[in-house]
Design a protein around this ligand. Structure first.
Ligand SMILES: [Zn+2]
Length: 252
């Protein structure tokens, strides 16, 4: 009998294939999940399966409490982290975790990625945040759930829709988006921003952040209500007006 989750699994499979294709992971590193919000389930990469051997039917369907709904394989060990984010943030439809080199480098250095240029400002209007390092007590609890909690804590005063990425200190990047495709796009963008910022900081360790007027101009021309970058069907999600109001206050 064909799976009623076939379409969701196909979408998650295709998004997972983007990870090696964009050079974001080697071997079995990394994972992507896709949400079916209506049915309250995600499809996620199984644990330890290399991308070239991954078939659509290998994807595991899990409900938002972590119970396996369909699939013969064990879901990615990072599944609980993905679930923490889906449960907390309405409006995200895909989550990605990689150990892409430059983004992981910044995470290992426990540094936020400074907003040095317009490439960065085209995608988010602040530094790429870095979480605190996990405490001994948290490691002793449920490690993957605590990784999710670390991210939520880092977003206490942030909007995850307008800042769709984070560095988990000592570990690596997580990104998300309104769709799984957008979440993978954000993972690739993050790696590029991390690489550019590394070059900038290497050339001039005291390099200045982009002035606020340019941050605002670039972010809003792509994401604001009067956005005019690209064609009408832009790949970039539009943040809520509350986000834009917060941004205006923050970057003034
Ligand atoms: Zn990891």
């Amino acid at each position: 009998m064909p799976s009623s989750y076939r379409e969701l699994k196909e979408r998650a499979w295709a998004a997972n294939q983007e990870i090696p294709k964009r050079g974001l992971a080697i071997y079995t590193f990394g994972n992507v999940s896709a949400l079916d919000a209506r049915r309250g389930v995600i499809a996620i990469k199984p644990s330890g399966v290399p991308y070239e051997k991954l078939g659509v039917d290998d994807l595991v369907v899990v409900d938002l409490s972590g119970k396996i709904v369909e699939g013969k394989l064990r879901p990615s060990s990072d599944t609980p982290t993905h679930l923490v984010l889906y449960r907390a943030w309405k409006g995200i439809g895909g989550v990605v975790h990689t150990h892409s080199s430059y983004a992981t480098g910044w995470a290992q250095a426990r540094l936020a990625i400074p907003i040095y240029g317009t490439t960065h400002a085209d995608h988010l209007a602040e530094d790429v945040p870095c979480t605190a390092i996990m405490s001994n007590q948290a490691v002793a609890r449920d490690y993957e759930v605590e990784t999710g909690n670390q991210i939520l804590e880092c977003f206490t005063n942030r909007d995850p829709i307008s800042t769709p990425m984070v560095l988990v200190a000592g570990h690596g990047p997580f990104t998300w988006g309104e769709t799984p495709e957008k979440a993978v796009y954000n993972a690739a963008v993050l790696e590029e921003l991390a690489r550019m910022a590394f070059v900038t900081k290497t050339l001039v360790p005291s390099a200045a952040r982009l002035p606020k007027r340019l941050i605002q101009k670039h972010f809003e021309r792509k994401h604001g209500k009067d956005a005019y970058y690209g064609q009408a069907e832009s790949a970039a999600p539009a943040p809520t007006s509350a986000t834009l109001r917060a941004l205006r206050t923050r970057t003034r």
